[in-house]
Ligand binder design. Structure first.
Ligand code: BTN
Length: 256
């Protein structure tokens, strides 16, 4: 059972904690449509039965072992073209928490918003926004963080417990993540996008490194050069051409 958070300003003042739920993102959207949520609300479940991932994938997590939750925002200060700021800020929040807990690991954010520890994915983020005229009226940030799971992890995935050989308190971890999300959200709300951009880029996986990618045309060796303010990824291919990609338009095949 998760209590409301005492030491945050607005995140986690409303916590809906469910033993089981299809998808915390979907439930959050349903509750929002009924005006049942305050900004900063969290929906968390021990057992997500139909978790959604990026690119229409599913997100599977064994009951009670990991964190699967969503946070509700009303980021009206952001224009639709600034949606990617939300991906950046949630990624950085998770990164900070992981850096503290696994200080000796190689930790990165893989574009657009996967958290990578020693080349394996430890957390995924699914952000679903609603646009109203010229602003983002609401945003649902869904987070799946692999915490105590040790068995049946995909070969490309890992968890905190696998790295640290210990079990973690999910309540405490949720609180820490929420505090860091609030920290970065307030920076965004204060308009300091530059700081957020710099931190994101400084922690970007495979930036300035050769890796093997696939787009709709071909497979190629390329080097990530930058992420544009609107979230577009720029990769320089091996013939020196700079290619720009939206979400889902390019995939990392291998990092050699
Ligand atoms: C990814 O594919 O990397 C994104 C995974 C996001 C999973 C989380 S778990 C909580 C929230 N509810 C969902 O249905 N999905 C997100």
């Amino acid at each position: 059972m998760h209590k409301i958070f005492a030491n945050t300003l607005f995140i986690g003042k409303q916590v809906i904690s469910l033993p089981s739920c299809h998808s915390t993102n979907d439930l959050m959207a349903q509750m929002s449509a009924k005006n049942q949520l305050h900004e900063g609300a969290i929906i968390i479940t021990d057992h997500q039965t139909k978790g959604k991932g990026q690119r229409g994938n599913t997100w599977n997590s064994p009951q009670g072992e990991n964190l699967t939750f969503s946070v509700y925002f009303k980021p009206k200060f952001l224009k639709p073209s600034q949606q990617f700021e939300l991906n950046r800020m949630v990624s950085l929040a998770l990164l900070d928490v992981l850096k503290r807990l696994v200080p000796n690991a190689n930790l990165f954010v893989k574009w657009p918003n996967d958290l990578i520890v020693n080349k394996k994915k430890i957390a995924g983020i699914l952000i679903e926004n609603s646009i109203n005229q010229n602003s983002i009226s609401e945003s649902i940030a869904g987070i799946g963080l692999n915490v105590n799971q040790r068995d049946n992890l995909l070969s490309t995935a890992t968890s905190l417990a696998s790295h640290t050989q210990r079990t973690w308190d999910l309540n405490q971890l949720l609180l820490e993540v929420a505090q860091r999300i609030e920290h970065y959200y307030l920076i965004l709300r204060g308009g300091d996008f530059r700081l957020i951009h710099e931190l994101y880029e400084a922690n970007l996986y495979l930036k300035d490194k050769v890796a093997f990618y696939e787009d709709s045309v071909s497979k190629f060796n390329g080097i990530i050069r930058k992420v544009h303010p609107d979230g577009i990824l720029e990769i320089e291919d091996d013939s020196g051409i700079f290619k720009k990609y939206q979400f889902k338009e390019v995939r990392l095949l291998s990092n050699h």
